[in-house]
Design a protein around this ligand. Structure first.
Ligand code: PDD
Length: 277
């Protein structure tokens, strides 16, 4: 935090920080596998783009931040880590309501790698429920800025738990599928892949799937997916830095495909982890 390396228990943020009070912050998460960052450049691009759009500034350039992240990982001792970098608006000593008066703050941490799905869920596929909760519309907050606005995603999760499912997908204003709490989603039908285009975070793992499809000459597109289309897919998987490519075997009461992890999902997952070597 602000140039100091601290044990997690000593890292404290002011309750007056606008990141805490107003969710006025951007962040990015990147994972480290076997001591190496995976696609750090893309995470840095998104983080810096977010700060620019939010008119935030830090006294660090990219290489300084990369150095801080590497030091955090080294000090944490984790070989497989989940690393988060955060820029908050900060606060003003005079409690000004003018965001231009705030000094923006940088915080980074490294914790052990944790996945959206357990090993057992990865083998059998997740049970997902589609919630009626609407993801914050693209025109209210630019969804390409990675942000902490998760009220809709957390409500979706509670809806899913009430339903008896393991995680959630929420919808856009037109009731098409948007994304889930910390992940994007892909549908596979007749060998073609599709993922929602609007109102979703431009995920790095989502981008990685696009890149892998290019390598495998698979047809992939971004566009609207309604509930029936998703449920009628041959395969469905979700993507996140927190877990990679993860299969979905049931949506609400509908079994996806034959209920097992699909062959394309398996092929893409294997290739994804090969890239980490
Ligand atoms: N979440 N959508 C949302 C709302 C997210 O928060 C995330 C990432 C994604 C997937 O993006 P990526 O592939 O770049 O990780 C999609 C991070 C991992 C988190 O929960 O901390």
């Amino acid at each position: 935090m602000d140039g100091q390396y601290l044990p997690m228990s000593e890292a404290k943020v002011s309750v007056l920080d606008w990141g805490f009070l107003h969710s006025d912050a951007t962040y990015d998460t990147v994972h480290v596998w076997d001591g190496r960052f995976f696609r750090l450049d893309l995470h840095m691009d998104r983080f810096f783009r977010g700060m620019e759009k939010l008119r935030m500034n830090l006294p660090y350039d990219r290489s300084a931040i990369e150095k801080i992240l590497s030091t955090c990982v080294a000090l944490s001792g984790h070989k497989a880590a989940y690393v988060e970098m955060i820029c908050t608006r900060g606060g003003s000593p005079t409690f000004s309501r003018d965001p231009r008066q705030s000094e923006n703050r940088f915080i980074a941490f490294a914790v052990p790698f944790g996945s959206v799905a357990s090993r057992e869920q990865l083998e059998r596929g997740l049970h997902v429920a589609i919630s009626n909760t609407v993801r914050i519309p693209p025109k209210s907050i630019d969804p390409t800025i990675k942000n902490y606005h998760w009220l809709d995603l957390v409500k979706g999760l509670f809806d899913a738990y009430d339903y008896g499912a393991e995680t959630a997908l929420i919808v856009d204003i037109n009731d098409n599928i948007a994304e889930g709490p910390g992940f994007n989603v892909f549908a596979v039908k007749d060998g073609r892949l599709k993922t929602p285009a609007y109102g979703v975070l431009a995920g790095i793992t989502r981008q990685t799937v696009f890149d892998l499809c290019g390598e495998l000459s698979l047809c992939v597109s971004a566009g609207d997916i309604d509930r029936d289309e998703l449920k009628g897919s041959d395969e469905v998987f979700i993507t996140s830095t927190a877990g990679g490519i993860m299969p979905v075997s049931k949506i609400d009461e509908t079994v996806v495909g034959d209920g097992k992890v699909g062959s394309l999902t398996r092929q893409l997952t294997d290739l994804y982890w090969e890239k980490h070597a």
